[in-house]
Design a protein around this ligand. Structure first.
Ligand SMILES: Cc1cc2nc3c(=O)[nH]c(=O)nc-3n(C[C@H](O)[C@H](O)[C@H](O)COP(=O)(O)O)c2cc1C
Length: 197
């Protein structure tokens, strides 16, 4: 409850405000020619929203997928999970994660799809980003959240200083696609078109 009320203060309700966040706080605007590019969608998800969105993005872009999973599973109950995540964030941990992307060198474009956890990406995402040489690749941040991205999109940009970046977006809970998600998601579709897909 505490977290939700804190998050309420940070609410990013209108798309107008989100667009501003994307322009001013994440990346330089632009597109690249996606023809022939090899794309990876790396994602973290605890309760399923980001997985659903990441699968949608992968399907639309013809990308391979990689799920970032902390080696030590998070609690399945909400409050214990928030406490675990908060302690990990405050300690600046880089928890061990399962598996590796086979041949990261082959990818030109990497979507990094995460839920907002305590105003930023879950710590295993930083473990992931720091494990690879992403120099010269195009990294595209994406997040889902209850209220808004906070610093999440720009934190992913900061964590990949050797990469090129395209504008990311945040999908808030009420914008999740529900049953329609498999077929269409207008906000994600519009964004993918804008960045060159
Ligand atoms: C540990 C934890 C921390 C969270 N922190 C935030 C937050 O700071 N801001 C926010 O808008 N939503 C926050 N949320 C809500 C999630 O970002 C949101 O429900 C997201 O869509 C969950 O994605 P998932 O289903 O892929 O795990 C938090 C959720 C959890 C479990």
């Amino acid at each position: 409850m505490m977290l939700l009320s804190v998050m309420g203060l940070n609410a990013c309700t209108g798309s107008k405000k989100e667009a501003k966040v994307n322009e001013s706080e994440t990346t330089k605007k632009g597109t690249i020619d996606m023809k022939g590019k090899k794309v990876l969608v790396a994602y973290f998800s605890w309760s399923g929203n980001t997985r659903e969105a990441a699968q949608y993005i992968a399907q639309k872009t013809g990308a391979d997928k990689f799920e970032i999973i902390r080696e030590k599973a998070y609690p399945t109950e909400y409050t214990p999970c928030t406490e675990d995540a908060k302690a990990e964030k405050e300690a600046g941990e880089r928890p061990a994660i399962k598996g590796r992307v086979e041949n990261m060198a082959q990818y030109d474009v990497v979507f990094v799809c995460v839920p907002v956890w305590w105003y930023t990406a879950p710590m295993p995402v930083y473990t992931f980003l720091e494990q690879y040489d992403l120099k010269g690749k195009t990294v595209i941040p994406f997040c889902t959240a209850y209220s808004g991205p906070s610093s999440t999109l720009r934190d992913i940009v900061s964590a990949t200083p050797q990469s090129n970046h395209l504008d990311g977006i945040c999908i808030v809970t009420k914008e999740m696609g529900g049953k329609d998600m498999e077929q269409k998601h207008p906000k994600i579709d519009k964004w993918l078109t804008e960045i060159g897909f």
